[in-house]
Structures are given as C-alpha cells and as structure tokens.
Design a protein. Structure first.
Ligand code: HEC
Length: 163
C-alpha cells in the first residue's frame, strides 16, 4: 500500500476499530483515539505482525514527541499502537491493539516499569504484564528492553512517519 492508500484504509476502519478495542473494557483501549497520534500516516511495522500501525500517546506521555531525547516518561504515560492489514480482496482487517502503560516505580524494574498489553480485534485480552496472560506478552518487554533500554524502552517510528 502507498501512504495515501494506507491513510484511506485507516479512515474507513477507524470507527469499527475504536468499537472493537473498547469491548476489552481497558480504559486506554476506549480512549486512545482521542489522544495525539504521533504518526503522520499509518506505516508498516514488521515487529508488530507486518501490519500498518499508528502511535498514539496520552497527555502525560507528551515527551514522547522528543523521540530519542525522551528521557524517562512519567507514571501514567500510555502509548497505544493500533494496527490493521488489507486482505487480497481489498478488505481492511483490524489487527491487535498494542499498549504500553508506565506503572509506578517497582512494578517491573528490569523492564522500565512498563505494562504491556495486547488486545485482540474481538476485544479479548491476549495478555497483560502482571495480569492474565502475562507470560504471553513477555516477548514485548524482551524486544523493547533489548533495543531501547537507554531511551526508556521506547523504539519510535521511522523518522519520515513522525509528526
Ligand atoms: C521484535 C521487537 C518488538 C516486539 C516483539 C514488540 N515490539 Fe513494540 N515496537 C518495536 C519497534 C521497533 C517499535 C517502533 C517502530 C514501530 O512502530 O514499528 C515499537 C513500538 C511500539 C509502541 C509505540 C511506542 C514506542 O516504542 O515507540 C508500542 C505501544 C508497542 N511497540 C507495544 C508493543 C507490545 C504491546 C508488544 C507485544 C504484544 C510489542 N510492542 C512487541 C519492536 C517490538
């Protein structure tokens, strides 16, 4: 997909996506579309299932916009990456929602006190750090920590897709 096609596909799927993730009951899943989207266009993310993704952040996470100079985001920061693909018939398929929430110090010290969650398109929660399915989302923390420990475990989108 070209950037323009990805944008059109996203515009079509947005409302359905918001409703799907909201079924999870996680507050962030119901709210993130009202937050700032730091991606200027949905972009392909090989590390999140090869889907097209965006990166939203709540107000507490506003220093995310400093990218590599982010420092350490405060407790209560939430980043939300929604995702979609397009099948052979041209239909937009909603993918999972990927959440990172900064918890109070001591939650998960080795992993930057981030709580990772993955919400499926049917609203079910695949896993959540420290909660149900915690082991199933450890791979999130492993990759984010291995590559990004010096920048608060954040990895940022390619520069051309940054707001
Ligand atoms: C193999 C490495 C890898 C794995 C596994 C991975 N991520 Fe990421 N993640 C990245 C990279 C690279 C970026 C930035 C580029 C992008 O968006 O593709 C990113 C970006 C993010 C962001 C936006 C914040 C940031 O770091 O810039 C969120 C939120 C996120 N990932 C959540 C998750 C969750 C939740 C999981 C597990 C279900 C997960 N990730 C698994 C590599 C990974």
């Amino acid at each position: 997909m070209t950037d323009a096609e990805a944008m059109t596909a996203y515009d079509c799927a947005k409302d359905e996506m918001a409703a799907a993730y909201k079924m999870s009951g996680l507050p962030a899943a119901g709210q993130f579309m009202n937050w700032k989207n730091y991606a200027n266009n949905p972009y392909p993310s090989a590390t999140h299932g090869g889907r097209y993704v965006n990166n939203y952040g709540n107000d507490t996470a506003r220093n995310y916009g400093r990218y590599e100079n982010v420092g350490v985001l405060p407790t209560g920061s939430v980043l939300a990456k929604n995702s979609f693909g397009v099948n052979g018939a041209g239909k937009v398929m909603i993918g999972p929602l990927f959440l990172m929430e900064k918890m109070p110090a001591g939650f998960n010290t080795d992993f930057g006190d981030w709580r990772y969650s993955m919400v499926m398109p049917d609203g079910s929660i695949f896993g959540r750090t420290g909660g149900k399915g915690s082991a199933k989302v450890q791979f999130c923390a492993d990759c984010h920590t291995a590559l990004g420990a010096e920048q608060d475990h954040l990895l940022f989108m390619p520069p051309q897709y940054r707001m």
